[in-house]
Design a binder for this molecule. Sequence first.
Ligand code: ATP
Ligand code: MG
Length: 449
Amino acid sequence: MTEIQPIPATVVPQLRVITRDAHGLSRKQMSQSALRVLYRLREAGFGAFLVGGAVRDLLVGGEPKDFDVATDATPEQVKALFRNCRLIGRRFRLAHVVYGREIIEVATFRANGGDDEGDRQTDDGGRLLRDNVYGSIEDDAVRRDFTANALYYAIEDFSVRDYVGGFEDVQARVLRLIGDPEARYREDPVRMLRAARLAAKLGFTIEPATAEPIARLAPLLADASPARLFEETLKMFLAGHAAASFELLEAHGLLPVLLPETAQALASNKSGALRCMLMQGLRNTDARVQAEQPVSPAFLYAVLLWPAYCRALALLQAQGVHAVEAQRRAADRVTMHQVARIALPRRFSQPMQEIWLLQPRFALRMRKRVFRLLAHPRFRAAFDFLELRLAASNTHAEDVAFWREAQLHPAESVAANAQETQPEEGDEIQNAPRKRRRRRRPADKGPAE
Ligand code: ATP
Ligand code: MG
């Protein structure tokens, strides 16, 4: 085994072997494809381990979403063993072994220490610029982020190898950074988000020394890649633990860096109505994920940025900007400012804006407008958003009831609620006062065709 190269925080890896009966993990819980990869590597004489999130999730009784393998075989050696294998990545090469729709990622043990060429290099702030040397399993363990993520299930004897105290931490449900927390966040500020996300996902507590620097170092996240932050936010908010993640972002001072205008809007909204709506939206998203219903980044971002949009809109209207124009400008402004931090692709930001801009149209009931809105490609999402606003604030009940009915019996609803006069443009503002409604026809009369 190669010499141990401790990372700067001088973490000295100490091996503890947890035997099969002590950890209770069973191969039955593991992906068949991952097991095939492990056995093949082992037969060829290489070390082969299941590692990272999969081991952690299995230990807490969860269902891993992917199974990663770590080995001492080089990517080229892995490729030679599997026909269904392709190598990816330039900076650090990884092998993907493909079984139908399942991909098993096989990574060669990676090192972050030592004096070799390709050694870890950091910028002035301590941020990691390169790490591309292979190393020992010990090197690989200490360069991981949290102790709970650095456990290795060995196919050779079915034991769990723990070099950093991760097994105990998982038992105690604690998230602890390996090494000096401040140094590790400076290397990679996204680890602060990972702390919040994994604590939310697993119901772990963030150990005090790991939690302490976060609020202080949160501004470093502004230098993280906006594309990576977009990916992280999807993992955070579309995986069934959005509400808990959001609360942890707030608690650790990460929200103002990630969603600056939303944070500002929430802080200045004395009634708390905007936060209430946002949390309700996140809880609904979690419920949909639980029920295996589809969730969309556009709707999610419509929820996350709604406070920012409402604030921007109010400010523009206070400046005397005409309502319809103010809506458009507020939507554009909020989107433009946010994408500088989180790279929300246009295919999501556009429907997000449509969801917002359709909201005032639910207050309008003229025949033509009803049919036009019902046929709008974003109608369903916008209506779900309206329902969410109702659930959070107990307002808009009348609009929700009308449009629920209109989806079932459009012609009848229009006949019963006809507003044939064209409204002034200024009517199309958020929560515009509604025209008086005539009594609805009884439902049993059927569509008025
Ligand atoms: P999830 O369940 O969301 O997939 P995960 O821990 O598996 O969580 P991944 O992003 O899949 O997260 O990363 C796999 C493993 O790679 C982690 O368990 C951890 O060991 C390591 N890792 C990931 N990101 C970092 C990072 N920023 N710094 C150090 N190690 C990391
Ligand atoms: Mg993973």
